[in-house]
Design a protein around this ligand. Structure first.
Ligand SMILES: NC(=O)c1ccc[n+]([C@@H]2O[C@H](COP(=O)([O-])OP(=O)(O)OC[C@H]3O[C@@H](n4cnc5c(N)ncnc54)[C@H](OP(=O)(O)O)[C@@H]3O)[C@@H](O)[C@H]2O)c1
Length: 340
């Protein structure tokens, strides 16, 4: 058994972490923290928790969390995680940070996209980007895992086989993503208010979403060269789920069969990526409340276009499920433990 804590446990991803960790056979939850000094009822936050779970939320104390945990999940807003991550890391703990604070290697780039000075630049080099399908070997040895963003997960998994196999052009990639409202976290805002979201559908942060630099960094690794992409995120009037539609162009002389094979071969032994049979495409409901990323591919001899559609649950494969997948890899547990 290992002891795991969740810092920022009352947020959307924190609550999902609690649900997964309570059923994980190799984990005992040691601390769940909040900024609140008033008592917060976990039973009210997660009515589905088993009876007599014995868990409570406590005001965050570094000394307490660090002394009673092997693994610490940080489910804090970006910019708020870096100092806590640093302290937990220096205390020798395995830190899995769900925020963006350690996803981007260059502090300057982080500061441009997040509008906040990075106070723990010295740790950026130690952090491993926690996309298991790409960096499993590094995750196994890392003390600081930067869990990817939700859009980033759906985009990178939809592009990795195509770029690594060098079968598509890299200068005309277009990504059209749609997310449910929980992607923005629980804080209230005008954009995510019911009357703005209900019966509505709109693009936002057109070609300037903050996940762009982390996606570009991994795309460059997959392609072996710098790759840029056009990225338009949209807000869907649903609570959870991301669907990314990715438009690519085949290189000259590449068959549709080869494209499809690149995906099936890349993911055949991946526990959480399912490539759909030809002619079928995923929907957000297919993966809701699961850690799966489902991918459908359209490629045909009559066109030089390739269309990849990937679907995830933003709170699971896009956040807390992937974070536990990373914990499993890091701690030597079966990768799908507690997740299926
Ligand atoms: N939502 C998603 O789909 C998703 C996907 C991938 C990654 N992420 C990332 O995961 C992290 C957590 O996301 P989330 O959606 O769970 O966020 P959230 O619902 O807004 O929850 C964040 C929690 O952090 C705590 N907190 C501590 N300091 C805070 C501060 N200064 N301001 C606001 N809250 C503070 C709050 O708990 P108390 O009020 O109890 O202290 C809050 O419940 C974020 O960095 C986010 O970008 C989210």
């Amino acid at each position: 058994m290992i002891k795991a804590s969740v810092v920022g446990a009352t947020g959307y991803t924190g609550l999902e972490l609690i649900k997964i960790l309570t059923r994980h056979p190799r984990v005992k939850i040691s601390s769940l923290t909040t900024r609140s000094e008033e008592p917060v009822s976990l039973d009210k936050l997660i009515p589905s928790l088993p009876k007599n779970h014995g868990l409570k939320l406590e005001t965050f104390s570094l000394v307490k969390v660090a002394s009673n945990s092997d693994v610490i999940f940080l489910a804090l807003p970006h910019t708020q995680a870096m100092d806590v991550a640093y302290d937990c890391y220096k205390a020798g703990k395995i830190v899995i940070d769900l925020s963006a604070d350690f996803r981007i290697k260059e502090a300057k780039l982080y500061e441009v996209w997040y509008g906040h000075k990075h106070s723990k630049k010295e740790l950026l080099g130690d952090a491993v980007y926690g996309l298991p399908e790409a960096y499993r070997g590094q995750i196994k040895k890392s003390q600081l895992i930067a869990n990817p963003g939700c859009y980033a997960t759906s985009i990178l998994l939809g592009l990795k086989p195509a770029l690594e196999s060098r079968l598509v052009d890299t200068d005309s990639i277009v990504v059209d993503s749609k997310s449910g409202v929980s992607g923005a976290g629980k804080k209230l805002s005008e954009t995510t208010a019911f009357c703005n979201v209900d019966e509505n559908f709109s693009a936002y942060k057109v070609n300037q979403h903050q996940h762009t630099p982390e996606v570009e960094a991994s795309l460059a690794k997959f392609a072996g060269k710098k790759v840029s992409f056009t990225f338009v995120p949209h807000l869907l009037p649903i609570d959870r789920g991301i669907l990314s539609t990715i438009y690519l162009k085949k290189k000259k002389g590449i068959s549709a069969k080869k494209i499809r094979q690149a995906f099936t071969q890349a993911y055949e032994s991946e526990p959480f990526v399912r490539v759909r049979p030809e002619g079928t495409f995923p929907s957000v409901k297919d993966v809701a409340h699961t850690n799966f990323c489902d991918i459908g591919i359209w490629a045909h001899e009559r066109s030089d276009r390739v269309i990849v559609i990937s679907a995830i649950d933003n709170l699971l494969k896009g956040a807390s499920g992937q974070a536990v997948q990373n914990m499993n890899i890091r701690c030597g547990f079966p990768e799908a433990m507690g997740l299926v």
